[in-house]
Design a protein around this ligand. Structure first.
Ligand code: PLP
Length: 391
């Protein structure tokens, strides 16, 4: 309370208004648990909207932040920096890519990718997908599908076409001599958790290359272990020309990156830039994230637990509540027979925080470090709530 106004009221008075907030205050987190100001505990299946794959207060990440914050937080890329050097090398190696442009968010990564695609191909056309989500800044927004996000801001960048996802014929038809790039997610996240079918990304890459176009893969949500491999496309036998990542790459610290395949070379001095990009604090945290993902069994566990959870949901959710269960690893979507919003409220009252993905899909992005006990408790609550909900 401040002068008789609650913190929630104060926030609602001064924040932009763009976010429809839930009626609780989150003040502390540990692993996959969150606590509100009344000391109530929640199992976190929001996972920072995909930015908390390693949970809250991870000791390795905390130690890296504390050490680097004491050494040096900011250092623009006017100068070399050893932490950045190590991070760029390790990230490129982990992704099988050659060069990286560091930025601070997912939409910025996609902006960078679109600019680089124009530079490298000297073409201007972009093919994106229906239900695709790539961010909210003008360039990335032009490739995002959801019309309520796009239409108030028209005109956006020209020559962007949207085709159905998982449809190679439509991709073949849409490619033309002006196509600079095709932009695809590995699992469409915001658009409802629609995974790429087997062979789709591999064939899409071939079609792109036959046409002299680049394949940009947006792994902002699927990256850094979410689907059970460091990057989700590593399950699809495909090598993107450009790989965009962000969300969990900085362990919760804002960070994004555009990774370039060797065949692209570098980009000309001055052709892009970012003040905060490549700051040593984010790079040190990024190193800690890679360390945890690569040197523990968390990826294998995510793959296995994701399969177990989806199978359990398929077996136990009834047909009155659920149309389909989809996902990869611990990126899970449950397509409901009605609206997800009231379900999210009921789940919250039962101590589980979850996400929507569109109007009728319940999306789960629990931190990968969630204990088996908390994961299964959340799943049992979800089954109980969905099977008793009146759709
Ligand atoms: C979240 C998301 C973005 C945008 O990331 P921001 O950091 O919110 O700008 C872009 N692409 C995908 C696939 C995402 O899930």
């Amino acid at each position: 309370m401040l002068n008789n106004i609650s913190w929630n009221e104060l926030e609602d008075l001064h924040s932009s208004g763009t976010y429809l907030k839930r009626d609780i205050q989150i003040i502390r987190g540990e692993g996959a648990l969150l606590w509100d100001d009344n000391g109530r505990r929640y199992i976190d299946c929001v996972g920072g909207q995909g930015s908390a794959n390693l949970g809250h207060g991870h000791p390795t990440i905390l130690a890296a932040i504390q050490k680097q914050a004491a050494d040096l937080i900011t250092c623009p890329e006017l100068f070399h920096n050893p932490v950045r050097a190590r991070y760029q090398a390790e990230l490129c190696k982990a992704a099988g890519m050659n060069r990286v442009f560091l930025c601070n968010s997912g939409t910025e990564a996609n902006e960078g990718a679109l600019k680089i695609a124009r530079l490298k191909t000297e073409r201007t056309g972009i093919i994106a997908t229906m239900r695709g989500f790539h961010g909210r800044t003008m360039g990335a927004l032009s490739t995002t599908w959801e019309k309520t996000y796009r239409e108030p801001f028209l005109p956006l960048i020209p020559e962007v076409t949207h085709i159905p996802y998982n449809n190679l014929d439509k991709l073949r038809d849409a490619l033309n001599p002006n196509t600079a790039a095709v932009l695809l997610e590995v699992v469409q996240g915001e658009g409802g958790i629609h995974p790429a079918q087997a062979g789709y990304l591999h064939a899409a890459a071939e079609l792109c290359h036959q046409n002299g176009s680049l394949l940009i893969i947006d792994e902002v949500q699927t990256g850094f272990g979410r689907t059970g491999t460091l990057f989700a496309h590593q399950q699809d036998d495909v090598t993107p020309d450009i790989l965009c990542v962000a969300k969990s790459m900085g362990g919760g610290i804002p960070m994004g990156a555009v990774l370039l395949h060797e065949r692209l070379g570098d980009i000309a001095p001055g052709s892009h830039g970012s003040t905060f990009g490549g700051n040593p604090l984010a790079c040190a945290t990024g190193l800690a994230v890679l360390d945890v993902l690569q040197n523990t069994d968390i990826l294998q566990r995510t793959l296995k637990r994701g399969t177990d959870v989806r199978e359990y949901l398929k077996a136990h959710l009834n047909e009155q509540s659920t149309r389909e269960v989809r996902g990869r690893g611990l990126m899970i979507g449950i397509e409901l027979r009605g609206k997800v919003a009231p379900v999210l409220k009921t789940l919250q009252s039962h101590g589980v925080l979850a996400l929507p993905a569109g109007p009728s899909v319940l999306r789960l992005l629990p931190p990968l470090v969630i204990t088996d006990e908390d994961l299964w408790q959340a799943i049992h609550i979800i089954v109980e709530v969905l099977n008793t909900h009146a759709f």
